[in-house]
Design a protein around this ligand. Structure first.
Ligand code: ZN
Length: 421
């Protein structure tokens, strides 16, 4: 994941343009992503696909011809979606277009101007303070013209057409946690799932934030109805605790699956209710869709100081945090894949496990005790009113232990697969 992030880091991405395209093409080297191009001007519910933005160079030069701000040194120096300009102006005029962070004087902020045609530069507050009075040459070699919005999509078919959505935004330039980490995790999740037998069909979307998700939803209302569970992936590489933001519905299977996995991880975590801000869960949970989509992050957007600054880099994102996030995602998907109803065929009195070899077959010691306990839980709650996840919740043990107990029981005359009653 870090290797993929390192390749993608230098690229100047935006909500449209060649940086976004190139990013998706690099992901394509790892997973068979399909790239879709939606023309400028396409209506997407209340929004319109914007003009495509591309940039070749941008700088500000002082009177001695020295570049005091240089896009080539860091792409955050240019306000994303800046219109072209080549003009000389006094410092006072230039300053109206400069952005810095006085509280973090070494960091460059990340700013965008997607839906207002203007220009600007971002720089460290120290660099801003060092600018002398005088005339500056401002140069932005960018284009904002008819083109396309690009997004990437991968569908991994499963035994059913019911879908699990994994969605991540990929419109930010050189920023690691938000959201190269999300891109890298989603890519590796797809790699893992592509090697597994799947009950669900998995749909991966790599989209520019907001406009990408709204555009996809506006063109795929029928497919969206097949989404049974979904997660928006973002900010998964920082050292903070995992945070789950529930779906708007609040108590769907994905909400319960994530809560169960986090609860049994023995690490601090936080679960928060849905709110109509954040990442693209806002779109999937808009009232006209109201999908069972939550967002699983580490520290949420805006709650780490490095957020949307040049300090969101490889010092913040570490491999062990990415690995922990990926393992959590895989555990959640394991719950979704194997959650089912089993029915106890001998519900009167406790059935005799020993004569069916259910003690000995599971090894000795503590693990045998845990397994027998898990089987007793399954037998007691396998009444058609509880899924395996609900049994795991009540037993307060890992879903995987309940799943294995259920599998052992299903292999005997004691249990059969059933339906919720
Ligand atoms: Zn962001």
């Amino acid at each position: 994941m870090i290797t993929l992030m390192q390749r993608l880091y230098p690229i100047c991405r935006s909500i449209t343009g060649d940086g976004l395209r190139q990013t998706l093409q690099i992901i394509q080297e790892q997973i068979p992503l399909t790239l879709h191009e939606v023309p400028t001007g396409t209506q997407a519910f209340d929004w319109t696909v914007p003009k495509e933005w591309n940039v070749r160079d941008a700088y500000v030069k002082n009177e001695r011809g020295e570049k005091v701000i240089d896009f080539q040194k860091h792409n955050l120096h240019l306000v994303n979606y800046s219109t072209p300009i080549h003009q000389k102006m006094p410092l006072a005029e230039l300053k109206k277009h400069l952005h810095s962070l006085p509280d973090y004087p070494d960091w460059i902020p990340y700013r965008t101007t997607y839906y207002a045609e203007t220009w600007g530069f971002c720089l460290s507050h120290n660099a801003l303070s060092a600018l002398e009075e005088g005339t500056y040459e401002v140069y932005i070699d960018s284009t904002l013209e008819e083109g396309h919005l690009t997004y990437g999509e991968l569908v991994l078919p499963g035994a059913t057409e019911e879908e699990v959505l994994i969605s991540t935004h990929c419109c930010h330039p050189s920023l690691c946690n938000d959201n190269l980490a999300g891109i890298a995790l989603a890519t590796h999740l797809a790699l893992h799932l592509s090697e597994q037998e799947r009950r669900y069909t998995y749909r991966f979307l790599f989209l520019p934030g907001t406009i990408g998700a709204i555009t996809w939803l506006s063109q795929h209302e029928a497919q969206a109805a097949r989404i049974q569970h979904g997660l928006v992936v973002a900010c998964v590489g920082d050292p903070g605790q995992m945070t789950y933001k529930r779906s708007r519905r609040g108590d769907t299977a994905i909400d319960r699956a994530v809560a169960h996995v986090l609860q049994l991880k023995a690490q601090p975590y936080e679960i928060v209710d849905f709110s109509p801000y954040g990442y693209d869960e806002r779109q999937y949970c808009s009232p006209g869709f109201n999908l069972a989509v939550g967002s699983l992050t580490r520290t949420p957007h805006g709650r780490f100081p490095e957020y949307h600054t040049s300090a969101d880099n490889f010092d913040l994102v570490q491999p062990q945090h990415l690995a922990d996030s990926l393992a959590t995602y895989l555990a959640v998907l394991n719950v979704l894949e194997h959650n089912q109803i089993v029915i106890n065929q001998k519900p009167k009195g406790e059935p005799q496990l020993g004569k069916r070899g259910l003690y000995g077959s599971l090894g000795g010691g503590k693990s045998t005790q845990d397994s027998v306990m898990a089987m007793l839980w399954v037998l007691n709650l396998a009444d058609g009113h509880h899924t395996l996840l609900e049994i795991a919740e009540k037993a307060n043990v890992e879903f995987e232990l309940i799943r294995r107990a259920a599998a052992a029981l299903l292999a005997t005359d004691l249990c059969i697969s059933g339906e919720l009653v």
